[in-house]
Structures are given as C-alpha cells and as structure tokens.
Design a protein around this ligand. Structure first.
Ligand SMILES: N[C@@H](CCC(=O)N[C@@H](CS)C(=O)NCC(=O)O)C(=O)O
Length: 279
C-alpha cells in the first residue's frame, strides 16, 4: 500500500530550471509535493492536487512526459509560438520553466540542450532542438496534421516565405519595442527612445506590406489554411496589441489578428501567462 504523501509549501520564488526531480511533482510557482518512491504520476496527482489546490505545470502521463520536453518561459513570445503549436495539435508534453530573470538559460545543463542559451527549446526522445521556427517546422512534420506544413514544396515555400517575412521585418521590431518599453523599465535597465522611434517607423513601413499580402494570401498569412506561419506570428500579434501598435491604416492585418487571437489554443497559451503577471 502506498505511503501517505508529504506536501509542503516552498518559498514564493518562481520555480527553478529542472523543476521535476525523481520522486517529486512541481506545481505552479509556489508549491511542490513530495512523493514516496514508486508512486505513479497518476497516484501523485490525485493526492497532491486536492491538497494544493493547484494546476500542475506538468500535466501529462509519465510515458508521454519522457517523449517531449518543452523548455520555456511564459512571457517569451518565441516560446509561446511552440506552446501554441503544441496546444493546436494536442501533443502531450512536459513543460520546464527556464527562469530567464535568474539567468538559467546560461547554466551548463541548459546549454547542453540549447547552446544558444535561449528559450524555447525542446527535447524529443533525446533529440534537443532550439529556434522557435525550426521547432515549429520539426513538430509539425513529426506530429502533423499535414495542413500545418504540407509536403507540397510550393505550399511549404509559401509558408516559409511568410514566416521569414514576419520574423525578419515585424517580429524583429516588435521585439525592440517590447524590450525598450516593457522589459528594460521592468528590469531597471536603460531604455532608448531612439530605438523605440526607429521600431515604430519600421513597423509602419512593413505593416502595409503585410496588409498588401493579405489581399492575396487570404484569409491566413500563407493562404487559405491556418499553418505554422500563422502560429509563428500569433504571439507577436498579441504582443503588438499589448504594445498598442497602431493598426488603423492596416484593417486586413487588424481583422486577421483578431481572428487568429480568438482561437481556443491561443486562449490556453494566454492562461499560462497569467500566473506570473501579478508577480
Ligand atoms: N531566434 C530565437 C530567439 C530566442 C530568444 O531570444 N529567446 C529569448 C526569450 S523570447 C531568450 O531566451 N532570451 C534569453 C537570452 O537571450 O539570454 C528563437 O526564435 O527561438
């Protein structure tokens, strides 16, 4: 018979990298629950969840956990792209927080997974992979469905074209805005007003190009279907709204953004952003 399960609160600090250790389940940023040896995950969840009243970060069965690990930070728009794809296709995964504020991206055990020292990264059955768009392509090919990244080379090239354009010309400037308007002030680092102005100017230069492409590539950015090109862009559109980017002159982009941000899978990603928003 299984021994009673010990549960205790830990400090209010955020959970650390490699939160899950043998014999322990980690919950949200405030709790963990220690399990006796040989306790199955299912048994552990049924004991710990009522005790803690928390939703686990790790919420999939142990066999599936071993298959796909997702290294992330909830505020990273690049990591959100990967989580969005995982939510869209319903693949079980284990999420591991890499605490960027604490510099965990530079710890040797994380660099062994991603030598570039950034989130997102994944480990799929012992195969580590980094770079959000690369991960999207990989996961879409491994798990499907095909519509997300079809085998047809021309359809695929159209998707790559949209991903390259948004990444190079829109996400890039949104990242600049986000750094100088949100992250730098939050971390008490200097913010550069010239960089903000340049990013705003560049966005107003490139958004009309996206507007024009949506006239032909409709209703999604790479044509008639929702693909990884859209998935790669959705977290950035959400960021653009948060940064109050002016979409007035770009009604097709605005309507497209509202449409893709309504998707259930994105709402699930947004839920993972909430717990830290007050911290
Ligand atoms: N090109 C990379 C960018 C990854 C990236 O810069 N991630 C940020 C969070 S959005 C990060 O981990 N920064 C930590 C650091 O650079 O030290 C991708 O698309 O995945």
């Amino acid at each position: 018979m299984m021994q009673p399960i010990k549960a205790r609160r830990i400090s209010t600090k955020q959970e650390t990298f490699h939160t899950e250790k043998a014999g322990a389940l980690v919950f949200s940023k405030l709790h963990f629950c220690t399990l006796e040896p040989n306790t199955t995950r299912k048994e552990g969840l049924s004991h710990c969840l009522p005790a803690l009243g928390q939703t686990p970060i790790v919420n999939k069965s142990s066999q599936e956990d071993r298959m796909l690990t997702f290294y992330h930070h909830p505020y990273s728009s690049n990591a959100q792209k990967v989580r969005l794809l995982l939510e869209e296709i319903g693949v079980p995964f284990q999420a591991v927080l890499v605490n960027l504020q604490k510099g965990e991206q530079a710890l040797p055990h994380f660099l062994a997974i991603n030598p570039f020292g950034a989130v997102p990264a994944i480990d799929h059955d012992g195969f580590p992979l980094a770079e959000s768009n690369t991960i999207l392509r990989y996961l879409a090919q491994v798990f499907g469905p095909k519509e997300l990244y079809p085998d047809d080379l021309k359809e695929r090239a159209r998707i790559d074209q949209a991903m390259d354009f948004t990444t190079a010309h829109i996400s890039r400037w949104l990242a600049t805005l986000n750094w100088h308007q949100v992250i730098a002030p939050m971390m008490d680092l200097p913010s550069n007003p010239l960089a903000i102005t340049e990013a705003e100017v560049q966005l107003q230069r490139y958004l009309p190009k996206l507007e024009r492409s949506l006239k032909t590539e409709k209703p999604f950015i790479a044509g008639p279907h929702y693909t990884i090109a859209d998935i790669s862009f959705v977290p950035l559109l959400a960021q653009a709204f948060r940064l109050e980017v002016d979409f007035h002159s770009h009604p097709l982009v605005h309507a497209y953004a509202e449409r893709v941000l309504e998707r259930e899978a994105w709402k699930k990603v947004e839920e993972t952003m909430r717990p830290m928003s007050g911290s």
